[in-house]
Design a protein around this ligand. Sequence first.
Ligand code: AHR
Length: 324
Amino acid sequence: MKNRKLIAYLMIALCIFSGCSSKTVVEETSSNLLLGFSQLGSESSWRIGNTASMESAAKRHNISLMMENAYQKQEKQIDSIRSFIAYQVDVIAFCPIVEDGWDNVLTEAKNAGIPVILVDRLINTSDESLYTAYVGADFYQEGVSAADFLVRKAKDLGKEHLLIVEIAGTVDATPTLQRYDGFHDIIDNDDTFQMLETISGDFLRSKGEECMKYLLNKYGDDIDVMYSHNDSMTLGAIDAIEAWGAKPGKDIIIITVDGEQATVDLISEGKINCVIECTPMLGDIVMEHAKKLMAGEEVPRITSPQEETFSEYDDLRQLPPRGY
Ligand code: AHR
């Protein structure tokens, strides 16, 4: 442990002197289990909640955490994983920003005998042995739940034709691919619905606003529904809709994914019609997995938390604070 501590401090010093922008945070506990965790960025409240969940769970489970933020850059995540390997951490966990491009670095982790847990997002690989477990949402089901709400809403309104715009997340990221597929598998087979355009807002509030401005300029009052892949983009899009002079939740049906406090509150204000939950609270499951792996025990290949739909059809007054 002493050697590791020295290398950790050297890594931090090297980072400071080389002007590297990603920050290594080492949270030490008395345990012998050291987890290297690469977070992909800080693009949303969801992500900030996920980072906090990993930090607090590590403390609760007495696991030392070496954490790096990649600020939305895959190259930085690859560098972090390499530094975790060099440091000989016990377990590596990371949230892959995109699905492609991980085989080389994960082969290095495998050769070093370090188990890898994918957190929040999946990777695209032909070698399934490159990771031990995935802890994260069933994004396909989230897309299906979003479409299910829309089907119900259309029936309620007695509408036979609704025009939809979709603000998608980061290109090649698991939630983007699966939230798209789940939604389209239902909507595309129903003549009630017509997709006008799908555009990427990169999971960022500022881009959500930009995308919605563009869509309003192009399609104007024709837009009946906005389906957005995360709450940050939705909040930006709502700003754009209000600036345009329309009423979100009334003139345009708003369906979003994540379940931040801010968007759940907007259901009661009538500005959002439906929020599909995606919980960032994955820390405890990841830490439990890490401890089991160190004890030589098996862990499930996939663990997805139970998630809910919150909508204008529900009484949300008793809902506990969301925590993100
Ligand atoms: O991967 C989970 C997604 O990433 C969340 O929906 C979003 O808010 C975050 O940026």
